[in-house]
Design a protein around this ligand. Structure first.
Ligand code: AR6
Length: 204
């Protein structure tokens, strides 16, 4: 929508004036966006929730999504009977302005199991992208999976997220997606994406 595109291209203003203004990011083929704000407000085909194995709601972005979507979402989530770490499941969006919610279960970060954490985090992104395409979603916004309560350092999570999205866009089903948005919320994620996006999608 117009409002979303505006925010992707211009970037939302930082929450507090004291924080650094994120630099505008040059989109990759106009298909990658960086947004800062509440993911529940996005009018986009699919949003990706940072869920847990139960898929029955929780705090953080999960709590915000369930609150905004209403009780229909929880009813549908109960039918799914949970989800493995590193994977994702899709539901309707109920009272949210998007069309679908993809519930991805990121890893709880463990500095002794970095490789496993990376694999699970990448699995969340690739499964979500696959689910979006299978459900005819053309646009998708990811929350910064695992970087809140699950403790994944933002500067380590962002390159995994961006690399997995890039690989998908360059793969066989990549042309089925028009737009992938990284939805950040805190300054550390804004900083991580501003740092890593140009590494993967160099400005032309
Ligand atoms: N919109 C966009 N991003 C948000 C919002 C929002 N409204 N609220 C928080 N974030 P977290 P996790 C960001 O903790 O680390 C839940 O209880 C937040 O700043 O929500 O994967 C689940 O049920 C952070 O960058 O998810 C699980 O039990 C990012 O969303 C557990 O937390 C993810 O932070 C999952 O932990």
């Amino acid at each position: 929508t117009v409002s979303l595109l505006y925010r992707i291209n211009k970037l939302a203003p930082p929450a507090a004036p004291a924080t650094a203004t994120p630099k505008p990011f040059k989109p990759f083929n106009d298909r990658i966006g960086l947004y800062r704000g509440d993911i529940t407000k996005l009018q986009i085909d699919a949003i990706v929730n940072a869920a847990n194995n139960s898929l029955l709601g929780g705090g953080g972005v999960d709590g915000a999504i369930h609150r905004a979507a209403g009780s229909g979402l929880l009813r549908e989530c109960r039918q799914l009977r949970g989800c493995d770490t590193g994977s994702a499941k899709i539901t309707g969006a109920y009272n949210l302005p998007c069309k679908k919610v993809i519930h991805a279960v990121g890893p709880i970060y463990d500095s002794n199991l970095v490789k496993e954490c990376e694999e699970d985090l990448a699995g969340c992104y690739s499964t979500s992208l696959k689910l979006a395409v299978e459900n005819e979603c053309k646009s998708i916004a990811f929350s910064a999976l695992s970087t809140g309560v699950y403790g994944y350092p933002s500067n380590d999570a962002a390159p995994v997220a961006i690399r997995t999205v890039k690989e998908f866009l360059e793969g066989g089903d990549g042309d089925k997606l028009d737009k992938v948005v990284f939805c950040t919320f805190t300054q550390k994620d804004v900083d991580a994406y501003n740092h890593w996006l140009p590494h993967f999608f160099p400005p032309t």
